[in-house]
Design a protein around this ligand. Structure first.
Ligand code: SF4
Ligand code: SF4
Length: 163
């Protein structure tokens, strides 16, 4: 089984500058627009900024939730959405436990991170990494990054908090 990659952000390092969010919407839609970005950054006051992305879940509930069969996993392991097949029902948005899917307001189609790595290379403070569960145990042996995410999960992944 291929090791599933995902992007994770370290809230202890992130400054909340939003460059990752804007780089993403620029890359895919040639505009600076958080609503059109596959990344999001959420501040938990007073001082933690969480960069948030698709976790490329092993069970990927978004795939099963799509009534159009528009979401699938590639051979490399990436969960992708077919723009041609997506009709914008939003079932995947509801199904995603990480609030990682948005509906693009221009097209009415679902968008999500595909681990392209552009944001990772552009973060000015190296707060982002493309990793796997196994690799993350090496780069964050105490599990602090995921612990911080888990600790604030209600706010980070609450549907009402999704920009
Ligand atoms: S680019 Fe880096 S520092 Fe800026 S918001 Fe994104 S993760 Fe945080
Ligand atoms: S979009 Fe959500 S449910 Fe689908 S793989 Fe990513 S994190 Fe998991």
């Amino acid at each position: 089984m291929v090791e599933l990659e995902f992007v994770i952000g370290d809230p202890r390092v992130c400054t909340g500058c939003m460059i990752c969010v804007n780089v993403c919407s620029m890359r895919f839609f040639k505009t600076i627009s958080p609503a059109r970005s596959r990344a999001r950054v959420l501040r938990i006051e007073p001082a933690l900024d969480f960069p948030l992305f698709c976790r490329n879940c092993e069970d990927a509930p978004c795939i099963d939730a799509c009534p159009e069969g528009a979401i699938r996993r590639t051979k490399k392991g990436t969960v992708i959405i077919s723009e041609a097949k997506c009709t914008g029902t939003g079932d995947c948005v509801e199904a995603c436990p990480y609030a990682a899917i948005k509906i693009n307001p221009d097209t009415g189609k679902a968008i999500k991170c595909i681990q392209c790595g552009e944001c990772v290379s552009r973060c000015p403070v190296d707060a982002l990494q493309i990793t796997t569960r196994e690799k993350l145990q090496e780069t964050d042996p105490d599990g602090e990054i995921l612990s911080l995410h888990d600790e604030h999960a209600d706010i980070l992944y609450g549907k009402e908090e999704t920009p």
